[in-house]
Design a protein around this ligand. Sequence first.
Ligand SMILES: Cc1cc2nc3c(=O)[nH]c(=O)nc-3n(C[C@H](O)[C@H](O)[C@H](O)COP(=O)(O)OP(=O)(O)OC[C@H]3O[C@@H](n4cnc5c(N)ncnc54)[C@H](O)[C@@H]3O)c2cc1C
Length: 526
Amino acid sequence: MEFISPQFSFVTREEAWKTLPQQKWDVVIIGGGITGAACARDAQLRGLKVLLVEADDFASGTSSGSSKLIHGGVRYLKNAEFKLVFTAIQERERLTRLYAPFVQPIPFVFPTYTRKFPPRWMLNMGLHMYDAFSGFNEHHQNLTRNESIERYPLLEDKGLTGSIVYRDAFAEDYRLVIELIKSAHRSGATCLNRVAAVSFENLNSGFRTRLQNRLSGKECVVDSKLIINCAGPFSDSIRKLLKLPEKLYLTQGVHFLVPRAKFPIQEAYVISDPKQDRILFAIPWNSTTYFGTTDTPVKEVKEARATKEDLEYVIQEVNKAFNLPLRKEDVFQSWAAVRPLIKPPEKPEGAKSVSKVSREHEIIEEPEGFFHVLGGKLTSHREMAEEAIDLLGERISFARDCQTQDLPLQGQFFEGEANDLERRYGIFAPDIAAWDKAKNLGRMKITQDLPITAAEIYYAIHHEMAIDPIDFLRRRSSLYYEKADPKIIEAVTKIFAQELKHDQSWYQASLKSSENIYAWDTEGFK
Ligand SMILES: Cc1cc2nc3c(=O)[nH]c(=O)nc-3n(C[C@H](O)[C@H](O)[C@H](O)COP(=O)(O)OP(=O)(O)OC[C@H]3O[C@@H](n4cnc5c(N)ncnc54)[C@H](O)[C@@H]3O)c2cc1C
């Protein structure tokens, strides 16, 4: 059977692992979130020999737990972070073009109320700047009270003065990471999941990194001229191995999901909470609507999960903004993620709100040849990677300049209106049909009420290095977020067990492990 996508799987992973120590790498990248994936793609496209290692699964860190917005960030305007917003809007425009159909424009409705921050004039001023930063590709719209009530009947109308409608963009964050990794792989980079960097030795001519294969427990060492730390919220643990001081300030943000039928919105909404000086979003996504986010300091990344207090807070704010009540019993799932924010010069406890800690990024070289890409946003990943790899240019020469400014994510532009499958796989969508045929599946769905098919599991195993069922459930498809049903976990695990030739004890252990992950995210707020 012919596939458009190259093989990128447990087989290629095993083959690559065996040859790692014999190769001379230009750069080792630690972390397979959006930052590491973008750095790997950029560096490989410039002609470097790249190895990316991810301790868990690609996108298993913050990059599958964001609000899934490719946006300028209206609220950063209030903190006068104009450079951040300008760059983010430039990137939003670029990614909407180059990453279609994965990045999709969506309208946002920002209702305004009497005696509630922000006042309409201020919002208009900010959004005028937003429009200007896009080169006036966009013009936000002002709706009167009556127009708002007519168009958006779910909005709370008590005190409503009108609403402002503007555009930003949405992307399934984990799919962006997977597509970036696949793109890096197609260009020749070696990208491995379940491989952790565990120690470093500074050789005079470069670095020696000890790697641990998290599946076999085996270790090996690799030599490279340079290293980039892209470990997101774990970046300080890499810095600790080098005896460098901590740089990060971690906060967790949570999101809650309800079935879309229970909260049937068609556009995204912005909910202002002037008391906490922050904004929340209500966003329609496939069969769900999700709400978030929060911003609470957290000590350990692994501790992050939504709590009862988080749910109470989100319900309280949502119920002020809509006349359709959000009810606890309708919330069936949550996700939590940790922001790798850069510590501000003064202690954050002194600041009025943690939301004010900047989302800007910083790239530090410490020691020479070892780069740390800290902070940043999903939206700015390409630009951050470009800047990081440019800095590598001071230590190494490239065959080519940066290629990612104009290169489509999948190597060619996606033309026309995407159907459901194309929205998830872009130009590789025909491979799903090919797997369906190869396995004689008759377009069998995994669960009746969602469009995701069994063929997508085979595709994830053979072309997206999915190793565990949870990789598919949570980071290749939206199943985890759309339906918490043990039957789905069983169906997916069965196919993994057959295709990867695992025995019954693996099947049972894997089921249990997935169930525990689901339970972690639900039990915290129930
Ligand atoms: C709640 C929330 C909402 C957000 N919403 C948005 C949004 O809507 N729009 C936006 O632009 N930004 C948003 N962000 C920010 C954005 O999600 C993050 O900036 C981005 O995902 C960080 O990506 P990363 O690759 O740096 O980190 P991660 O995605 O965490 O990746 C780091 C990876 O490094 C791996 N790793 C760690 N240690 C090792 C090791 N020793 N060896 C190998 N691998 C290792 C980890 O397993 C992890 O997968 C949000 C953040 C949060 C928390």
